[in-house]
Each structure stands twice: as C-alpha cells, then as structure tokens.
Design a protein around this ligand. Sequence first.
Ligand code: NCD
Length: 300
Amino acid sequence: MDLIRPSDLSDDQLDHLLREAEHWLEHNRVADKRADRLAGRSVVLAFFENSTRTLLSFDMAAQRLGAMVTTLPAEKSSVAKGETLIDTALTVDAMQADALVMRHPEPGAPDSVAEVIRAAVVNAGDGTGEHPTQGLLDTATIHHHFGRVEGLKVAICGDIRHSRVASSTHALLERLGAKVALAGPTALMPEGHDGPDGIDEAVAGADVVMMLRIQRERLSADLGDKPGEYLERYGLTEDRFKTAAPGAVIMHPGPMNRGVEITGELADSEHSLITAQVEMGVAMRMAVLDLCINGSDDTA
Ligand code: NCD
C-alpha cells in the first residue's frame, strides 16, 4: 500500500503502527539490529528536497529490516537534465523496486507518482502538503511518554501555514483524541484560521509544546523580523514554558533554529523529547515500510 497522508491509514492500521513502533524501538536498542521482514526487498530513496533525519532514518529503517537500499542522488539525477518526476518514477519501477520513499517540493507529487507505479509510494514530505511518517513518529513519541494521547493538550507553534508536519501531526493527534491548539504569527497561520493564535494561550496548560521552524525557503516575502525578536514574541522561552502543565514536554521535528523558535537551553533540557522523536523515527519508519510492503501482520 501507499502512505501519502494520514487518512490513508485505517484505525486498525494506525493502532498496528503504534504497537509495531514500540516493538522496533526496543529491538533497535540491542547490539545486533538485524531483522528479516524485508529480506530480499528493494527500497529506493529519492529526496528532491534537503533532509537529514528523514533520509537517514528511512535508510536505517529499511536496512535494519534486511532490505537492499538504493539512494537516488537527486541533484545529480536526470531530473537535472529535464526528465520529469513521472519518468524518473517509472524508471525506478521498471527496476523492480518494492518501495519508493520520496520527498518532493510539490504538494501532491507522490499522488501522481503512486497513480503510475506498482511499487509502494511512501511520502517523506511533499512541499507544504503532508509528512505522514513525521506525524506518526510524533504521535508514537507522545503515546510512549504519556501512555495515551486522548485528552492531552498539545500546542503546535510556529510556521503552521507552510508546515507539512503541522498538518500531519495535527490530524493524527486529533484523531486519537488530543486537543490541539495551533499558534503562530498571523502571517504564518493558515489562511482562514480564525481561532486564537496567541502562543501564550496555546502554551498555557499544555502537556506537549511542539515548536516548528519558520520555513523561510517557502516564504514569498521576508518576515522582516530582527534577530531575537521572533523568540521573544513567538518562540519558546523559559517564561512561556513555565505556564505549561506540570510534567509538560517539549518537541520539535528538527531541523531546529536555536535562539529563533526555541532557546537552546530548553531544547537540551530534561523536558525535551527531541532526541526521543529521532529515535522513534527509525522505529516508526521500520513499522511503516513493513506495513507498506508486507501488509499488517503484527511482529510484536
Ligand atoms: C521537517 C520537514 O522536512 O518537513 N523536518 C523533518 O522532516 N524532520 C520540518 C522542517 O523542515 O522544518
């Protein structure tokens, strides 16, 4: 199956992924990380936008499951010679890949690829569209920490308008019964958003405070903010975080701009789940690749 947006998953598949990610999280903590769920299978990674965590974790996830992993060096590929994305995808398909994990600047790009290829398409981020595996790993990290998602208050703060993480994480958390508050500067809120967008209101009493980077590469005009100004007005500072619920945690999908949307101290503090998110990322992507290629028999 393809995974392009959270709504591609049934409730059973979502439960299955959360359980399986817990299994792989434990599995990855032992010295010998080999597993054979994808032995003999071929996984292609094609990233037409920058990535550190997502690319590395899909690569590790596929390898730990025993797959043969091939990475298309996008900037050196024939796309640079004018080849279309569809022709590139058909080429990968003709090579009998079992899954194509793709990141692309154009929202909807993975849909058009999935229409024409046989291999499973896993969306690793389509422009301002969706980032389902980030949403899943965020949800799993919260579930792992609190033992539940239902009833938690989650503040997602920053560049909501351009963030595919905000879309996918928001959708999954709400589906599991969390109360999600979105906050950010008016220019970075989705068009038509009419709820309270003040970061102070969103963070007050929140169990989870998730900060997002300003997607400057997707802005048509400069925000015009002076150094330090964004942090004071919209960022996560010690004073703001003090208003969150007792036991509140801090999350960030990365890449993080320390001193802009979050202070370095808070990012490194005992309240931060940022590295836990990264660890869960590998586990969740193992669960996702297994589901997309093999279907949903539990291994746990
Ligand atoms: C995010 C992305 O690429 O959407 N990063 C990630 O995958 N962890 C967030 C971002 O770029 O700000």
